[in-house]
Design a binder for this molecule. Structure first.
Ligand SMILES: [Zn+2]
Ligand SMILES: [Zn+2]
Length: 180
């Protein structure tokens, strides 16, 4: 995923990238930690162009993933589909990090640096994917989760324990049940 800087002339340089997740250390670690499973390659369409004193990479990346719902524990297929904009400035000794931060006022924009005569997109791509993987995945917005008592999937219908709080009001009935 390295691009020679001198290939980027005055016209935008376009490239299509398709790489297995194993190529990206951050993503390989996420899968090893069980945060998600990458079910296909990371693919991205990127356009790089010169702009003022820097290089600008604009692109869209997609990767199919499999997530485990945080409420009902079901595994479901999902996908990351995200657009990004990265500004690459040539790394120089006088360019302090503080300066970088004050310049970065646009949330949507990632600022990075390059050195030598190559631009390496791998790290920016994996960071972008990592940022988009949900921390608390839900199979659907209104997932009812599992019953904390019997473990039944409440999306499939209510279990018998869900009536218990009502029964507890009738202590006589509760005692009757226990004595049986
Ligand atoms: Zn769920
Ligand atoms: Zn239950």
């Amino acid at each position: 995923m390295k691009i020679r800087i001198d290939h980027i002339k005055h016209t935008p340089y376009e490239l299509h990238v398709e790489q297995p997740f194993e190529v990206f250390p951050v993503l390989a670690r996420m899968q090893a930690d069980g945060e998600c499973i990458f079910t296909g390659p990371v693919s991205a369409d990127i356009t790089i162009e010169r702009e003022f004193d820097h290089l600008k990479a604009v692109g869209r990346l997609q990767v199919p993933i499999s997530l485990t719902c945080g409420r009902c524990l079901v595994t479901y297929a999902s996908a990351i589909d995200s657009t990004f904009r990265i500004i690459f400035r040539k790394e120089t000794a006088r360019h302090s990090e503080v300066e970088d931060e004050t310049e970065l006022c646009d949330d949507d924009l990632i600022a990075s640096t390059y050195s030598g005569d190559e631009l390496d997109l791998a790290h920016e791509i994996e960071e972008q994917v990592a940022m988009e993987v949900p921390l608390k995945p839900l199979c659907e917005e209104g997932c009812k989760g599992l019953c904390p008592t019997c473990g039944a999937d409440l999306n499939m219908g209510s279990c018998t324990c869900s009536q218990e709080p009502v029964n507890l009001k009738f202590s006589a009935l509760k005692d009757f049940k226990i004595s049986r």
